[in-house]
Design a protein around this ligand. Structure first.
Ligand SMILES: C[S@@+](CC[C@H](N)C(=O)[O-])C[C@H]1O[C@@H](n2cnc3c(N)ncnc32)[C@H](O)[C@@H]1O
Length: 281
């Protein structure tokens, strides 16, 4: 278990745009986990990767007029995950249909779909806008009998829900070894071990074909770089759900998608984040 630095950044003024930008910049600097609140953001990085000069220059170049107060402390590895989970991951209900909670939670609201996630360091508890936007789409669609890909599965949350919603085959791909291991555990917790988990990147799609629903909640740059390989897996009449980017990024995504025969169907947004639905002919 690693020791972590807990970095606390209070922003004045503070709003969701600022904490989102801050989290994105800190992610590039190696931070792994982010807990935004009304006054700022708490973020975590492995102690050996922490470089205060990088934080100073990142804040100096922050793109919006903002004053920051910064403090940090060392969090020893042993209890870190447990602390984080207990303090910050509360059960969440989406569209009155789907509850996501951890195995240690008590008094869980009853819902048609009950997903257990012990996230450790992986992304995907349903609390981030991008995850919940995709979950809402999955709850609204008929997934019965579909072949599904979940690219960038993180905790496996979307692959788990797709399986619960009746998908026939679900392939889930994750590049990060830690998240992959966590997804394996979460599949077991939800009895969804039928999900075919792949450790790797877009190259894992080489043998995947005839996909009816392709989900990728990653980020704009990876999606635009890899979308041709995503499109190559699709059956006719397939749907693609893309997230992990802002509404203003839609034209960039569409300029990569349209030459591949993918057309715009609709999009939903939450806190500027976007879930884009595309379809093939
Ligand atoms: C934003 S998280 C989404 C997690 C989960 N699917 C959700 O919706 O909450 C993106 C995930 O994609 C993974 N990832 C990043 N680049 C990737 C790539 N090129 N191929 C596969 N997975 C990737 C990250 O490690 C991370 O777990």
């Amino acid at each position: 278990m690693n020791d972590y630095i807990e970095l606390r950044l209070d922003a004045t003024p503070c709003d969701e745009t600022r904490t989102d930008i801050l989290a994105a910049l800190l992610a590039q600097a190696g931070f792994e986990s982010f807990v935004p609140d009304e006054t700022g953001l708490t973020a975590y990085i492995k102690a050996e990767l922490f470089d205060h000069r990088e934080i100073d220059s990142l804040l100096a170049d922050f793109p919006m007029e903002t004053a920051f107060t910064v403090s940090r402390k060392l969090v020893e590895g042993q209890d870190w995950n447990k602390e984080w989970e207990k303090n910050y991951f509360q059960p969440i209900v989406i569209d009155d249909q789907c509850v996501i909670h951890s195995s240690f939670h008590k008094d869980i609201p009853e819902c048609r779909y009950d997903i257990v996630i012990d996230p450790k360091m992986a992304f995907g508890t349903g609390h981030h806008a991008t995850t919940s936007l995709v979950i809402r789409q999955l709850l609204a669609m008929n997934l019965q009998g579909l072949n599904v890909v979940d690219m960038g599965t993180g905790t496996g949350i979307l692959a788990i829900l797709a399986t619960m919603r009746g998908a026939r085959r679900v392939d889930a791909v994750e590049i990060d070894e830690f998240a992959f291991t966590n997804a394996v555990e979460n599949m077991r917790l939800n009895s969804t071990e039928t999900v075919e988990l792949h450790l790797g990147d877009v190259a894992e799609l080489a043998k995947v074909r005839n996909v009816n629903l392709f989900i990728a909640n990653i980020n704009r740059n990876i999606i635009t770089a890899d979308i041709a390989a995503y499109a190559a897996t699709l059956a006719s009449g397939a749907t693609m759900l893309l997230s992990g980017f802002y509404e203003e990024d839609i034209p960039v995504i569409m300029s990569a998608a349209e030459p591949l025969g993918l057309t715009y169907k609709s999009h939903t947004t939450l806190n500027r984040w976007c879930c884009l639905k595309l379809c093939t002919a």
